[in-house]
Ligand binder design. Structure first.
Ligand code: DAH
Length: 340
């Protein structure tokens, strides 16, 4: 540089700083940055050259321009550090990107499943009854004679036992342990462990030694309802069933009770729901809890009354979706199941 006046040096410093900033901004490789840092700050840099030229200035100017030169140097050093950090970050990002597993492609290709038809029906039943103030209860699928029969007012000589086609489990005492043939034993368990008032429904799997056909499955699902409170009458039972039927099937559907017999209820009834063509479909059994059953659970029948009901969830799904054959529910044919 020929002109080494203070103003010329100052102008040159500004030019250098601007040029360095521009170059640093466009660097995209570490090696390139190292080279540039040497060029800007090294022994042979323009900056170093300017420093030498300070010697020609008078002391006052030398101090002032010298300070400016130091500031510029500090500024360039900071800019190099910032550029180094920017490159390191970009490198980290590149590495992460390369190591990331892209799962979206395979997800796109696997069709999404959904909740099984029977589970959907069970979930909806629970929702409807919870909406009516019931809570959900559960019991074991392997039961003793007491819970499955005896406490439900079905002694071992009782002819009603024959209708349950019970599957027995040999566990030390043959004929004493069985796969529950209905969800009614949950009534007993709840009354034994809970003080009335009781408002529960108990959905669950049940078993009978039935050969599967269009209307039967050996392993199926029922839902049990039990209410025990003061001043409960048959009208409460009929009202609850009707309310449930309307909530589950829709407002146009009504229900009716027909006299029937169950050992654990007195009086007993079967309940039907109306069909669009003016007919009736049988849904389940119900009745006023038999005083013997209340007594078996330590509930005083003079003070408390109750009603109970029970019906098949799989049957309900068959009715709701107008299936021809209940076995479709367990054939595990995705072409069938994916329709619902
Ligand atoms: N447990 C009976 C069955 O499986 C159904 C039933 C009838 C349940 C009347 C009840 C009831 O709670 O009151 O055939």
């Amino acid at each position: 540089m020929s002109d080494s006046s203070p103003s010329a040096i100052t102008a040159e410093l500004e030019r250098l700083a601007a040029e360095a900033t521009r170059k640093l901004a466009s660097v995209d490789e570490l090696a390139e940055l190292d080279r540039l840092a040497g060029e800007l700050l090294g022994k042979r840099s323009a900056l170093a050259g300017l420093k030498t030229s300070l010697g020609a200035l008078d002391p006052e100017d030398r101090r002032r321009v010298g300070r400016l030169l130091n500031d510029t140097r500090a500024e360039l050093e900071a800019a190099v550090t910032a550029a180094r950090e920017r490159l390191a970050q970009a490198e980290r990002r590149r590495r992460l990107e390369a190591e990331r597993l892209d799962l979206t492609e395979s997800l796109d290709r696997i069709p999404r499943g959904h909740v099984h038809l029977v589970s959907q029906a069970r979930d909806r039943l629970e929702d409807v009854f919870v909406g009516m103030g019931f809570t959900i209860a559960e019991g074991p699928e392997v039961e003793t004679d007491w819970y499955n029969f005896e406490a439900l007012n079905i002694p071992d000589w009782h002819p009603a036992r024959g209708s349950f086609d019970t599957l027995f489990v040999e566990l030390g005492e043959p004929e004493q342990v069985m796969l529950r043939s209905h969800t009614s034993p949950v009534q007993i368990r709840v009354m034994e462990s809970t003080e009335p008032p009781i408002y529960i429904v108990a959905p669950g799997r049940t078993y009978r030694a039935d050969t599967a056909d269009a209307t039967h499955l050996p392993a199926f699902n029922q839902i049990e309802g039990l209410v025990v409170d003061e001043d409960i009458t048959m009208a409460d039972l009929a009202g609850t069933i009707d309310e449930f039927v309307k909530a589950f099937f829709g407002g146009e559907v009504t229900s009716r009770l027909r006299p029937s017999y169950f050992p654990f209820t007195e009086p007993s009834a079967e309940f039907d729901i109306s069909t669009p063509d003016g007919g009736w479909l049988e849904l389940g059994g119900c009745g006023m809890v038999h005083p013997n059953v209340l007594r078996n659970c330590g509930v005083d029948p003079e003070r408390w009354q109750g009603f109970a009901f029970g019906f098949g969830i799989d049957r309900l799904a068959v009715m709701r979706y107008r299936l021809d054959d209940i076995r479709e529910l367990v054939n595990n044919d995705v072409r069938f199941l994916s329709q619902f």
